[in-house]
Ligand binder design. Structure first.
Ligand SMILES: [Zn+2]
Ligand SMILES: [Zn+2]
Ligand SMILES: [Zn+2]
Ligand SMILES: [Zn+2]
Length: 412
């Protein structure tokens, strides 16, 4: 799936003269979304939008990849912020059901002893007929469980009834291993492109989304830019329109370039009926489906919420869980938290805590609270609560900056 574009952006020159002012980044685009170039005209400026370099492995020490000229541009309007996530987190507070407890369900050894493990190369035999692998007999693993091998489809079919239970159990375990081992890192979009630090959660409270470049800029960087007198977009320097039509035009331009995040965001505008658009959940869902196909993790989350609530689509918890799962495995913190809530509602507190531990360590306070509640009720261990708290605090430390503290202090 195409992911967000990365490009190195160096603000190279500001040229004034004739009827044109050109402010543009020299860049080496590497992949992904097309840059937008708009002509100068009517006092406007040509600009090329490009996206930031890939986040370095060591984020803490990474210097900002941007070199801004000290140009202050006049005109333009107040910054607009857009909420990326359309539903409130309160909707997902865990409801603890103390019922049939599924705690401590660990991986069990395969009970079907007739299923010969396929991993041991020395006695590679067909699980059905016992034929040994040779130059002429090639054995194929059961793709679902990889526990057994067969000499052919006939043997696989003949063995099916006997193997089914062990196969399904192992397949579920493999799926769980993936579910709980992937998505521990927040996605690219959760990082401010200017200071490169992860944005605190909930992100919409701690950042502003710019329709010009679809960049989510942390409030620390946004405020620092304002203090320097820059009222244009601090990332791409597009003057910000002061009306909905202008913002929508910027957004549509990104949508036209198949930017998944812009398409996702347009869906949210349809859902809210904002920017002069007629409210339509049907259209919102359509945009989210398109954005999800193009790789937007936020769109997967939105689709999860829509299916959970039955908003614009039939209510379908299983489908919602599928969307959340896909998003959580790509690092969507809210989706991970919601998966934990789903498991909690089913009484699977052990599974719930496993999810909450992941999202807590990614900086989600609600997940720490969810584990704390379970600890108080004896549904999670003291160690789990301590681990969640410690992980959360480390994540919070990582998200701190002088500018962010300042923005908070000033109530920005
Ligand atoms: Zn066989
Ligand atoms: Zn199998
Ligand atoms: Zn920042
Ligand atoms: Zn911008």
């Amino acid at each position: 799936m195409p992911r967000y574009a990365h490009a190195t952006v160096v603000w190279s020159y500001v040229k004034k003269g004739g009827d044109k002012r050109v402010l543009g980044p020299a860049s080496q685009r590497r992949s992904g979304v097309e840059p937008i170039t708009e002509p100068a005209g009517q006092g406007g400026r040509a600009h090329t939008l490009l996206l930031p370099p890939a986040r370095p492995a060591t984020r803490r020490t990474a210097a900002s990849p941007f070199r801004f000229t000290t140009t202050v541009c006049g005109g333009a309007a107040a910054a607009r912020s857009h909420h990326e996530l359309p539903f409130s987190r309160q909707d997902f507070q865990p409801s603890i059901t103390v019922s049939a407890e599924n705690n401590g369900r660990q991986r069990q050894p395969c009970p079907m002893m007739s299923c010969v493990p396929a991993v041991d190369g020395s006695d590679e035999v067909c699980a059905n007929c016992g034929t040994t692998a040779s130059d002429t007999v090639k054995l194929k693993s059961c793709t679902a469980c990889r526990l057994v091998k067969y000499c052919g489809v006939d043997c696989q079919r003949a063995h099916r009834k006997q193997h089914k239970k062990a196969c399904m159990q192992r397949a579920a375990e493999l799926k769980d291993e993936e579910l709980y081992s992937q998505g521990h890192e927040r996605p690219e979009r959760d990082f401010c492109p200017i200071c490169t630090l992860p944005i605190p959660i909930p992100m919409e409270e701690h950042s502003v989304l710019k329709a010009c470049c679809m960049k989510r800029i942390c409030k620390g960087c946004a405020m620092a830019a304002l203090k320097r007198g820059m009222i244009d977009c601090p990332f791409c320097r597009t003057p910000l329109p002061d009306n909905d039509a202008g913002v929508l035009a910027l957004l549509q331009a990104r949508v036209g370039k198949k930017d998944p995040d812009a398409i996702n965001h347009l869906g949210q505008e349809y859902m809210q009926g904002s920017l002069g658009l007629q409210k339509s959940m049907r259209r919102a869902i359509g945009r989210w489906m398109e954005a999800a196909e193009l790789g937007s993790v936020g769109a997967l989350y939105n689709l999860g919420v829509a299916h959970e609530r039955g908003a614009g689509v039939g209510q379908d918890t299983a489908k919602a869980a599928k969307f959340y799962t896909k998003a959580a495995m790509q690092g969507c913190v809210q989706s991970r938290h919601n998966l934990g809530c789903f498991e909690g509602k089913k009484g699977n507190h052990n599974r719930a805590v496993r999810h909450f531990l992941i999202s807590a360590k990614m900086g989600d306070k609600d997940s720490v609270e969810a584990i704390k509640k379970r600890f108080v009720q004896g549904l999670s261990t003291k160690e789990q609560y301590a681990e969640a708290l410690r992980g959360y605090q480390e994540a919070v430390e990582e998200m701190k900056s002088h500018d962010r503290d300042e923005a908070k202090r000033l109530g920005y």
